[in-house]
Each structure stands twice: as structure tokens, then as C-alpha cells.
Ligand binder design. Structure first.
Ligand code: OGA
Ligand code: MN
Length: 299
């Protein structure tokens, strides 16, 4: 296959054509895709017609896949979705649009806060591959932010101050921002985890911020001080010039690198069905077990 890379944003996003995921992707094409993703961490592959198994097989070319947990007691993955696919839809297993008060819908609204996937797990995500199977007629938009460019734009004093910081991330934190509450039983499944605030991105040999609304505070700092720093950094990283806005079409497969981007869903109506599903490649180890310096500068 010969793939074509067309930038959609100067540093953050590109459209990839010439790849038919359903037909199977060979090792050479997979390597080309990964190289493109190291340059543009958001890749849009339009016009794909893939079933769940084809999506899982494609994502599996790039590393071990996350197993979907049961975050809410209402989740019923067995009847609707694959064990390696997160359900990003607004319909129940029978295809009926969630009622306004459905907890699956309300929890899903947390995706409208800036975040990176699975930073609330000890071992977070490397790549997310979200497939738009059926988008609502009134459209759907996801925004992405470039955390490598945002890191580069920080002044040296800030870079030095944050170089070794660790933040505590929890899904309870992001959901509490919008007033969504987990039961004690649900909370016990996903306890808070530590993640580095600054990471080295090996595929591009660049440094990156690592931020999400799941981040609650800085370990070892007074909570208000750490939370203010995180809010400041998220504000900095989501300025318009660091952001790409994707308007979905049926058949888009959007791939993003969770190590060096954030994303958020834009507000959406709940009247029409939206069927999207996400395969997530795990990063393998905690950010605490990865370098947070350029290799040549490492002690
Ligand atoms: C996700 C996500 C946002 C959206 O799939 O991880 O945050 O716009 N999606 O659906
Ligand atoms: Mn997400």
C-alpha cells in the first residue's frame, strides 16, 4: 500500500489516505502509519468500513490492547461491545438512545473535559483508535491539543519547575468536576494513580506535557497549589493555535497518541444515535517507569 499524508494542522493532525483497514494492513504499512503518527499525533483515516474484529485486529498491530473494565454498574459490555472496545456511543444494547438521566450518558459527558485516555490507570494508553460507525445528522466534533508544542512553548523557569513533578490522576476527579458521582463500590475499582507531568516521547525524541482533567493535584504539594498549576498548564496547552478540531464523518477512524495529546468531545445533543467505538493500545508501563529527560541529558 502507498499511503498519502496530508496535514490538517501544522504540527498536530494529518489525513491518511491509501489505507484500507478492512483489507488488512501489512507490517510495512503499519510502520509507515506509526512514523506518520510520530510526526502528527492525530491521524484521520476516512472512509473505512470495518467491523469490531477488524478494528481490534488493526489496533493490535501496534501493541497490547487495553481490556475494557466495568466502570459503572450499568455497563453491560458482554451484550453490546467487544472486550477490547470502549463504547463511545449514546445507545443501549438494544440500539435505543439513552434517556437524559441514564448514568452511562452522564458519565460519558466527562469526555467533554480535556483529557488523555486512561491516565487514571496505573499503565495508561499509548494510542486510541476511535471509529465513527454512525454519526448523528447534526454532526459530532472532537478537539485535540498538541502537548509537545505546548511544552516547547513554556519558558525555561516553568520547564525547570515541572520537570520532575508527579500528578495524581483519578476518574473520580474529572467526573466530580461535572457533578457526576460514583458509588463507593465503583470508586474501589479505580483508585487514584501517579503519573509524570513531563514525559519524553520516544518516537519523536521530543519532550511533552502529560495532562488531563483526571489530574487532581501534584504529589507532595498543597492541593490548591498543585491544582492551580494543572489548571494553568491545561489552559496554556489548549490555546487555539495548539488545537485541531475534527468534524466527524461516518467511516472515520481517528488515531491519536495519548502520550502527547489531549482531546475533548464538544457538546452534543442526545436526540440522534451516535455509534462510536474505541480500541486502546496500552503503553505497557507506568509513566513513572519511563524516562522524563532527553536521553543525552539523562544522568
Ligand atoms: C474517547 C473520547 C471524545 C468524543 O473516545 O476517548 O474521549 O468526541 N471521545 O467522542
Ligand atoms: Mn477520551
Amino acid at each position: 500500500m502507498t499511503l498519502t499524508v496530508r496535514p490538517l494542522h501544522p504540527t498536530l493532525a494529518a489525513e491518511i489516505t491509501g489505507v484500507d483497514i478492512a483489507a488488512g494492513v501489512d507490517a510495512e504499512t503499519a510502520a509507515e502509519l506509526e512514523a506518520a503518527s510520530n510526526r502528527y499525533p492525530v491521524l484521520v483515516l476516512p472512509g473505512q468500513t470495518i467491523d469490531k474484529e477488524q478494528q481490534v485486529a488493526f489496533a493490535g498491530l501496534f501493541g497490547p490492547l487495553e481490556l475494557m473494565g466495568r466502570n459503572l454498574k450499568e455497563d453491560n459490555y458482554t451484550s453490546k461491545i467487544h472486550k477490547h472496545l470502549a463504547d463511545i456511543s449514546n445507545v443501549d444494547p438494544a440500539g435505543k438512545v439513552y434517556s437524559p438521566e441514564d448514568r452511562r450518558r452522564l458519565s460519558g459527558l466527562g469526555d467533554s473535559l480535556w483529557h488523555t485516555d486512561s491516565s487514571f490507570k496505573r499503565v495508561p494508553a499509548k494510542y486510541s483508535m476511535l471509529y465513527g460507525d454512525r454519526l448523528p445528522p447534526d454532526g459530532h466534533v472532537t478537539e485535540f491539543a498538541d502537548l509537545r508544542a505546548a511544552y516547547d512553548a513554556l519558558d525555561d523557569t516553568t520547564k525547570a519547575k515541572i520537570a520532575d513533578l508527579v500528578a495524581e490522576h483519578s476518574i473520580m476527579r474529572s467526573r466530580s468536576i461535572i457533578g457526576f458521582e460514583f458509588s463507593a463500590e465503583e470508586q474501589a475499582v479505580l483508585p487514584p494513580v501517579p503519573q509524570r507531568v513531563v514525559r519524553f516521547h520516544p518516537g519523536s525524541k521530543r519532550m511533552t506535557l502529560y495532562l488531563a482533567s483526571h489530574a487532581s493535584h501534584i504529589v507532595g504539594w498543597p492541593v490548591p497549589e498543585g491544582r492551580l498549576l494543572l489548571l494553568d498548564l491545561i489552559g496554556h496547552a489548549t490555546q487555539p493555535h495548539f488545537v485541531y478540531r475534527h468534524r466527524w464523518r461516518d467511516g472515520d477512524l481517528v488515531w491519536w497518541d495519548d502520550r502527547c495529546t489531549m482531546h475533548r468531545a464538544r457538546p452534543r445533543e442526545n436526540g440522534n444515535a451516535r455509534e462510536m467505538r474505541r480500541a486502546t493500545v496500552s503503553d505497557g508501563v507506568s509513566t513513572l517507569d519511563q524516562p522524563n529527560r532527553m536521553p543525552e541529558l539523562a544522568a
